[in-house]
Write a protein that binds this ligand. Sequence first.
Ligand code: T4K
Length: 375
Amino acid sequence: MSNGTDLKPVFVTQPDLPSLDEFLPYLERIWEKKWLTNAGEFHQRFEVELAKYLGVEQLALVSNGTLGLVIGLQALAIAGEVITTPYSFVATAHSLLWNNLEPVFVDIDPATCNLDPAKIEAAITPRTTAILPVHCYGMPCDIDRIQQIADKHGLKVIYDAAHAFGVRVANSSILDRGGLSILSFHATKVFNTFEGGAIVCPDAAMKQRIDHLKNFGFVDEVTVAAAGINGKMNEFQAGLGLLQIERVDDAIARRKVIAEKYRQALRDVRGLSFLHAASDVQQNYSYFPIFIDAQYPISRDALYARLREQGIYSRRYFYPLISTMPMYRGFPSSDPANLPVATRIAEQVLCLPIYPNLSDKDLERVIGAIRSPNT
Ligand code: T4K
């Protein structure tokens, strides 16, 4: 990609991968056994080892996070209206449309960029059956308050935890809260298997239901229990996943160094602000969003363009808001007057490059470009 400079492009993220030498034995084993997918040996091992790593009881691997959401909603038999956030990647709301469900958008809390629990109850109607919150940027939602509201109104909770790999609060995983949590292992995520994902389940019965749903509904060779889909993870992905478990702690540690460097170097810049995690949150540093207000010398979009000219490809996650997209803007809850915080934050956010291989030199270059946007 040409960026008008001789410098190597710096993307918002870059996948963390083992060496080819490390992956070769996995490939050789797949070629030798000729068992490529459908609950192969790597798939079985990866499910067990990943659950252990994450500190959860049960999980079902899936081919990507989006299908994880679609299948999770089916597994919980969600119907009617679902309360969710407009401030996310489109897959969150798309999973509702793929299940013929109506999204009801509720505004976010500016301190976390997650669903604002104080605004959820006003959006509940007799047709509401579930809440689909997102742990945006891996910042934990207010899980306890959301659960209280859900219990009071008899609603299910399904977390989009695509950004929340390994996130813990008070030393306990956030992934086994609510009914189900869906992870993404897409190339751009903290933990990647090229494409991939997992559904964290509360018990073996739910895992079995999901295992059927992700395999066309097959219970055995001749019994199809549900109109399932093909959401299976293959052996290539699972083998890579096994290897990635060994690497992810180091990857998160390097991300933490980068995040702290950004905070340190940018904290005195007028017009910039950051999110702050509570002290008991063990973060994964999956994204580094900054928020740009009128006190910064140039607008958010001007900074985005200025960085691109210098080969720095930051991203405006999550602009535009899902509720403004053509397939969503007709829903009553999509009215911007209903979503003032999300509307403002979407205009202010810029996610900076953060990934283990980001060199100190490139990091300094990004920091310099933000500190002096007019040079
Ligand atoms: N829920 C939430 C909250 C999500 O954020 C996502 C996905 C999902 C659900 C769905 O999960 P999956 O079905 O994807 O498992 C990216 C990702 O494609 C998407 O997975 C992710 N969220 C979203 C936040 O970001 P794009 O359209 O921004 O990706 P793209 O291709 O522009 O990549 C961004 C940058 O990453 C590139 O500029 C360069 C770098 N990159 C990307 C790829 C694909 C690489 O260096 N190598 C690569 O292979 O959506």
